[in-house]
Ligand binder design. Structure first.
Ligand code: ATP
Length: 361
């Protein structure tokens, strides 16, 4: 096993375009790190540079303390699982999993059999070992690809969107399996995804990328509760955070359609600003049914559309201004029609200027 250190990594393609721009991330030995971001942010390129499938334009890549920039992929002792599984169609499940061991040369047949059977048992593939990939379901094929990765006892596992070809239910199951397997083996893992549920549930830490630039590396909880900028605040969380322009008035915040009492900590944080952007997570709105209608943070809203999801409901409140407001979430959404809502918490506050920078970028 090994730590992976990326120091000021740059990937420049022919025309001077930087797909990865000065990214530094330290991944501890045994850590499960997620690389997440919208399409084209450079996450796959970064993963491919770790494994050696892409040349590094600038910076240093260290694995287990050794610089590997010029090392061939086969000399890095890493296992990669691809989105399209990359199985050999003419080989059985057994031989697909055994493949990396046969490549190594000199591994005794008995050891190969034992390790393949162990991997197959972990992944519940024992009864399918003699089948060909064409006769497996998508989830089983994905497990074979994972079997091939774990049989090698590599220093690290690298996953490139391994679940994106599976249906929602299987994705959920495989997510749990990957998580369990990683905990059991304790192998350093880097996992690329654009799916924030995977990002938030799988990783010890999550690195958020945007346009080749690293935005924040933090635990899922920290990303959610303390996003460092508007991009991270808007990217993490579903439905996304609402952003509202706000005017500071002492310990009160004036938003377009209601006012908010600030607690001491928030009042301290906003002191010195006139104009702010308030970020309010959808779950921080709640029905004020039964509350005094003159309560400080209460406002009335018409519910345009509601979506029922079983354990929660989304209520869309079509405010004319500002247009940024998209979704509100409330467990009581169905009851909200012409009810007052009470806003409880302002989750994140940033400056107006920053919003403009982000919008224009
Ligand atoms: P996705 O989720 O869509 O796979 P990604 O975040 O993994 O996206 P990358 O595949 O790493 O993104 O690509 C990052 C950027 O580099 C993109 O803008 C892409 O168009 C560009 N890019 C990737 N490969 C090349 C190449 N061989 N030549 C030029 N540009 C490339």
């Amino acid at each position: 096993m090994a730590a992976i250190e990326m120091r000021n990594i740059v990937k420049e393609y022919g025309d001077g375009f930087k797909a990865v721009n000065d990214v530094s991330i330290d991944i501890a030995d045994g850590e499960f790190m997620i690389l997440v971001g919208p399409s084209g942010c450079g996450k796959s390129t970064l993963l491919r540079m770790i494994v050696g499938l892409e040349d590094i334009t600038g910076g240093d890549m260290l694995i287990g303390g050794n610089r590997v920039n010029e090392k061939a992929p086969r000399d890095r002792n890493l296992s990669m699982v691809f989105q399209n599984y990359a199985l050999y169609p003419h080989l059985s499940v057994f031989e697909n999993i055994a493949f990396p061991l046969r490549l190594k040369k000199g591994v005794p047949e008995e050891e190969i059999r034992q390790r393949v059977e162990e991997a197959a048992a972990t992944l519940e593939l024992t009864e399918h070992l003699q089948r060909k990939p064409a006769n497996l379901s998508g989830g089983q094929r994905q497990r074979v690809a994972m079997g091939r990765a774990i049989v090698r006892q590599a220093d690290a596992f690298l996953f490139d969107e391994p679940l994106s070809n599976l249906d929602a239910k299987l994705r959920g199951q495989m997510r749990t399996e990957i998580s369990r397997m990683q905990r059991r083996l304790g192998t350093t893992t880097v996992y690329v995804t654009h799916d924030q549920t995977e990002a938030m549930t799988l990783g010890d830490r999550v690195a958020v990328l945007r346009k080749g630039v690293l935005q924040q590396v933090a635990s899922p909880r920290e990303l959610y509760e303390q996003p460092v900028n508007l991009f991270v605040a808007g990217f993490i969380g579903s439905p996304p955070m609402n952003f509202l322009p706000a005017v500071v008035d002492g310990a009160r915040l004036r938003l377009p359609f209601f006012e908010l009492d600030l607690d001491d900590e928030l009042a301290r944080r906003v002191a010195g600003h006139d104009l702010l952007l308030a970020g309010i997570r959808p779950e921080y709105f709640e029905s004020a049914r039964g509350l005094d209608k003159d309560h400080g943070s209460t406002f009335r809203a018409r519910v345009d559309v509601t979506e029922w999801l079983g354990d929660s409901q989304y209520a869309y409140l079509p405010f004319e201004a500002p247009e940024q407001i998209a979704k509100q979430l409330s467990e009581l959404a169905a009851e909200l029609d012409s009810e007052a809502l009470r806003t409880q918490v302002v989750a994140s506050i940033d400056s107006m200027t920053r919003l403009r920078e982000n919008t224009e970028a």
